[in-house]
Ligand binder design. Structure first.
Ligand SMILES: Nc1ncnc2c1ncn2[C@@H]1O[C@H](COP(=O)(O)OP(=O)(O)O)[C@@H](O)[C@H]1O
Ligand SMILES: O=c1ccn([C@@H]2O[C@H](COP(=O)(O)OP(=O)(O)O)[C@@H](O)[C@H]2O)c(=O)[nH]1
Length: 240
């Protein structure tokens, strides 16, 4: 087996990645496939931390648009990410992968409170670590949480696994003329207002030189190929 190209990575899964063909919630088959991918990656010796979104259940901005106080909406959104994290933990553990959920919001009877020290210890002990409840603050996203945690734990790469093949000149789901960018700089993403990741998340990665790979979670074998060093999806770095 080829040695993995990375020692420690952070994989960000959007909540919608868990929905499968449905329009909300969690598809257990999809969860099992994703958990199987994580197990296979870990078997190659890579330490895997995960951030899972909550958009398959609740988004604060969507609730606020219908009249709810935004902070309350975001708290509901953060709790949705805890639900997804618990579902992933359960699935990983059924596949034999010991997993810890570390939450930015203290919910001690459900999961462990987040600390960087604890996260790094768990990863070094061979556990998968899932960061739940985003950053713990309203007005942020799980993309920002993924950037923040990746930097905190010293990950070598942040992988944003989503439903498109990478970064384009415009949203490929709405613009058929969107051009694929195999490689681009953080500043280009910001300058062109590319909506694949929010600006806060991109700025954090830029300021701490955290490389970001954007890839399609539904492309078979993409994750293992990427971890073996293949050029999968788009790479966002300082210079391109
Ligand atoms: N320039 C772009 N390149 C790639 N994807 C883009 C771009 N602009 C917007 N997107 C959208 O961003 C989404 C990725 O973000 P993600 O967090 O997974 O989804 P969401 O924000 O809907 O939860 C893609 O599914 C795509 O539709
Ligand atoms: O640090 C954070 C992360 C998330 N959220 C809330 O949790 C929801 C779900 O997260 P996100 O939309 O990032 O999930 P994804 O799009 O990845 O499924 C967001 O809409 C926010 O309401 C938040 O308030 N602070």
């Amino acid at each position: 087996m080829t040695a993995p190209a990375y020692r420690r990575i952070l994989l960000k899964l959007s909540g919608e990645a868990l929905m499968g063909a449905g329009d909300h919630g969690i598809d257990p088959e999809v969860l099992e496939r994703l958990a199987g991918d994580v197990r296979d990656l870990m078997a190659t010796g890579v330490q895997v931390a995960l951030v899972i979104g909550g958009g398959n259940i609740f988004r604060g901005a969507g609730l606020a648009a219908r009249g709810m106080n935004r902070v309350t909406g975001d708290q509901i959104g953060m709790l949705a990410t805890v639900m997804n994290a618990l579902a992933m933990q359960d699935t990983l553990e059924r596949l034999g992968v010991p997993t810890s959920v570390l939450s930015a919001l203290p919910i001690g009877q459900v999961c462990v409170d987040y600390s960087r020290r604890r996260a790094v210890q768990e990863l070094e002990q061979g556990r998968a670590v899932i960061f739940a409840a985003g950053t713990g603050n309203p007005f942020f996203t799980t993309d920002s949480a993924a950037s923040l945690r990746a930097i905190e734990i010293g990950a070598e790469l942040l992988i944003k696994a989503t439903k498109v093949d990478g970064v384009y000149s415009a949203d490929p789901l709405t613009d058929p003329n969107a051009i694929f960018y195999p490689r681009l700089s953080y500043d280009q993403a910001l300058r062109e207002g590319l909506g694949v990741m929010d600006a806060t998340a991109i700025v954090l990665c830029r300021d701490h030189a955290m490389p970001v790979r954007v890839m399609n979670i539904n492309e078979p074998d993409a994750l293992p190929r990427l971890l073996r060093g293949a050029d999968v999806g788009s790479l966002v770095v300082s210079e391109h």
